[in-house]
Design a protein around this ligand. Sequence first.
Ligand code: PLP
Length: 460
Amino acid sequence: MDAPEFRTIIEPFRIHSVEPLRMTTPEQRRAAVRSAGYNLFQVHAQDVIVDLLTDSGTGAMSRDQWAALQHGDESYAGSPSYFIFRDAVRELFPFEHVIPTHQGRAAERILFSVLGGAGKVVPNNTHFDTTRANVEYTGALALDLVCGAALDAISTYAFKGDMDLEALEALLQERGDDVPLVMMTITNNSGGGQPVSLANLHAVRDICDRHGKPLFLDACRFAENAWFIREYEPGHADREVPDIVREIAGLADGMTMSAKKDPMGNIGGWLAMDDDDLARRCRDLLVLTEGFPTYGGLAGRDLEALAQGLREVVHHDYLRYRIRSTAYLGESLRDAGIPVVTPIGGHAVYIDARAMLPGIPPLQYPGQSLAVALYEAGGVRTCEIGTAMFGRQPDGSEVPAARDLVRLAIPRRTYTQSHMDYVIEACRHVAAHADRLTGYRIVEEPPTLRHFTAVFEPVA
Ligand SMILES: *Cc1c(COP(=O)(O)O)cnc(C)c1O
């Protein structure tokens, strides 16, 4: 008998330790979200059934990662755990200096404190929200130059995270002196989790070379991005993912990283670069708020768990399952007539709430309305990425964001296909009753990153 080709791509692991979910009723959830000011960041996690708020730090560690924790060495200086971590990073990203931080945003704060400042401009395909906030905090301008296909809902181009090369070239010609570095976010989280092609990365490198600018990666989802290159970019189908990752790293001068994403950690991050002088200035800031350079903001045991996570995330069986299971959720929603951003990204599915709820104007936050409805209906927690998150401008005015999306982010190795089938049912239920949803207004908000703490109220 020939070896059969099975269609079902199963989770390439079995469950070793379980966490109970607390089942709740719609009445309980309506009460919980009301007392949270209709802000899902303020809902207690105990009151959530399937938590798709973020894939950041919410993944399940493997048996071998838990074992690595036991191997952690908590020496203040020169811990062997640091060198294990550094070497695991360099196996994929062979940068001279590897500086651990407690999260990605700490790496960003340090890098932009050194390179940013008033009058500077930092281009990126799309800045993630903490990246933008850290650039702007120094007085610099955070510029998004993602390619045109990214905003074209109909386009099926596979690499919608690509940089708009002409716009980058024009920026560097006009304001080159003001640009301290070029950033590339792989995959493009705020844009829809869409990958960047290797060809585009090479082209960006060429532009940076011509203008003498360093290129830094925001590499949070580098393994998912490399898998998309292997699957969809001609000429790479036979390559090993670590080999593709090393090619990407070789195009850059450094990176910022959140280890809560592809490195499979519950906490952690790093900053890496080749430039000795820049590294020295970054380490000077590191000791001020993060810690000594061989632990940054982390315990020795965390460094070891991350080293092991880096070895696991580039495994093809894992990535095949990861990308396929995200696509399964996205395709099922699309087949149910729910508008989703396509092609489906790596870590999340994005519902176009503005298209799904045409009766709710952007300044009444259709994404917030949909996210609250999904929570009330099924205890499914998602995240608005739209006008509630981005609408407030530095000058105090409020304008609709480019899109009103709701992100269903999928924690790594945490939920099974039946959890996803339940989420699909909850989405279908809300879609069937979409005409009953109302908009929201904000009654209280902080000066920055308002989506975390704003208080909402339904519009009567
Ligand atoms: C999560 C994330 C960050 C910030 O990392 P934290 O660990 O949450 O501070 C930066 N960039 C991107 C693309 C991210 O997804």
